[in-house]
Design a protein around this ligand. Structure first.
Ligand SMILES: [Zn+2]
Length: 235
């Protein structure tokens, strides 16, 4: 079983076996982290951050340094004013198409269509993907040229991920993209073997439901679109 708790935006706490992963925690309005970290049983706790944007990284995660096994942070976060607050002896910086591992987890990074990286984490026999801000950012009001550039950038990067199997994937389905909000996740689901999906990066918008025909018949997978900080789901 994989247990997931929604923090906010693209921020999630995930537990599989005795391993706890926290992705892109920049805010925690429901107070999930202090409670979980103090009260739950686990062996290892890892924080990962995909890039330096305010809605993905905050040095507030340094507050959990005593309990943290490792902070695995995208290289671009080094330039963030909060980087100095991260404990140097527990922080690893990861580039694009890079790898970090210890005896329990392997983290592989991919390029994003925005800043920083997306992550594949292999742990406890699972393969978990967190997209960061990797997406087909098709802004409907933008120029044709820019929209084509966004598509090309997305498809180019998608080639690096196509064919991979993920037990669980976190992917942006951003309400601001309006009629284009599903474009990226649809290609992602079609070109990877993703077994369960969490949508993210859509604060303030209604919970997303895949549209009719999103999945080919017989290929539906569990989808969770959390809205309220602190919501939980098990896969
Ligand atoms: Zn973002």
């Amino acid at each position: 079983m994989i247990e997931v708790i929604y923090l906010l935006n693209s921020g999630f706490l995930l537990r599989t076996g005795n391993i706890v992963l926290v992705f892109d925690a920049f805010d925690d309005p429901a107070g999930v982290l202090p409670k979980f970290i103090a009260e739950e049983c686990y062996e290892r706790l890892y924080f990962l951050a995909s890039h330096a944007h305010f809605d993905h990284f905050s040095p507030m995660i340094a507050a959990y340094a005593p309990e943290t096994t490792r902070y695995i942070l995208s290289d671009d976060i080094r330039q963030h004013s909060g980087a100095a607050q991260m404990p140097p002896n527990k922080t690893s910086w990861i580039g694009i198409y890079d790898r970090w591992q210890d005896d329990r987890i392997t983290v592989t990074s991919f390029s994003s269509t925005d800043e920083g990286t997306s992550f594949l984490v292999e742990t406890d026999g699972r393969r978990i993907f967190h997209a960061g801000d990797f997406n087909w950012w098709d802004w409907t009001g933008d120029t044709e040229r820019n929209r084509k550039l966004a598509e090309n950038g997305f498809r180019k990067q998608m080639k690096q991920i196509a064919g991979q199997t993920f037990d669980l994937a976190f992917f942006p389905v951003d309400g601001r993209l309006e009629t284009s909000m599903e474009r990226g996740v649809r290609v992602f689901c079609a070109e990877t073997d993703t077994k369960a999906l969490v949508s993210m990066h859509s604060v303030g918008y209604p919970a997303w439901q895949p549209s009719v025909g999103f999945f080919n018949e017989g290929q539906e997978i569990p989808v969770w679109s959390p809205r309220i900080a602190g919501e939980r789901y098990s896969f």
